[in-house]
Ligand binder design. Sequence first.
Ligand SMILES: Nc1ncnc2c1ncn2[C@@H]1O[C@H](COP(=O)(O)OP(=O)(O)OP(=O)(O)O)[C@@H](O)[C@H]1O
Ligand SMILES: [Mg+2]
Length: 270
Amino acid sequence: MSEPPLIEIHNATIWRGTTRVFQNLSLSIAQHERVAILGPNGSGKTTLLKTINRELYPVVAEDSWIRILGRDQWNVWDLRKHIGLISHDLHDRYTPTTTALEVVVSGFFSSIGVHGVLAQRISKQQVAKAQNILDLLGIGALGHTSLNAMSTGQQRRCLLGRALVHEPQTLILDEPAAGLDFAASFDYLQRIRNLSNSGHNIVLVTHHLNEIPPEVERVVVLKGGEVVADGDKAAVLSGEFLSSVYETHIRVAQLDGYYLAYPGQVFYKT
Ligand SMILES: Nc1ncnc2c1ncn2[C@@H]1O[C@H](COP(=O)(O)OP(=O)(O)OP(=O)(O)O)[C@@H](O)[C@H]1O
Ligand SMILES: [Mg+2]
């Protein structure tokens, strides 16, 4: 039997508050695929990731489903073992006094913070593993430092550690390098490349083409809640196509498997 897709979205309609973000969205991502998702602000990228992560649900309708690894129903705890998500609002949900170790350990419980009863359930092994991950991420000395005393890059690394603690097969990253300086973002991206090269699924949302690791083969472009492109990276990332999607002049350069967008003078009409 062939392995089921990592994600299979079929005919999904998804609302956020009073906004219908997607109508009849269909998208499938295979296991071991590396995918980048692009699209203008408000096009639905974060909504899509939250749906995959079961933080948002589509409208129940006939002939509409979302399956993860072939299953419709998931216990959220089980799902977290397969999928690690890193997003900005996750970051915002932590109290500023949470320490790096607490952030990473909370990943074992898929919780925000580890207080009360949860704190009593933490084992020595879990703390040791969390410390090991902090070491690997280059912030081993910050275990007892609180989030509000860290730079943005250090906070981001904590969240990566939280997502990695379960060793999930899939990492879903929503603008992971936003706010990082060159050293921090290149280092972070190298870590994502290493994970990708060791067989992890990567689903990455970004606004910056140079943050797309060369290993990513497939690019999906959303606009106004629709998939306007889905295919081979080289074909999708053309200046002509991106200019039409973003309605601005964009030229695209390529270097060693990386892409870079910069302002263009020629406006391509579709
Ligand atoms: N909590 C919310 N309540 C109501 N509408 C929302 C909510 N969050 C997002 N939306 C709307 O849903 C649509 C898609 O938003 P989403 O956050 O998925 O976009 P995005 O592609 O991630 O954009 P960005 O590039 O700015 O991060 C937008 O029109 C947005 O205004
Ligand atoms: Mg977003």
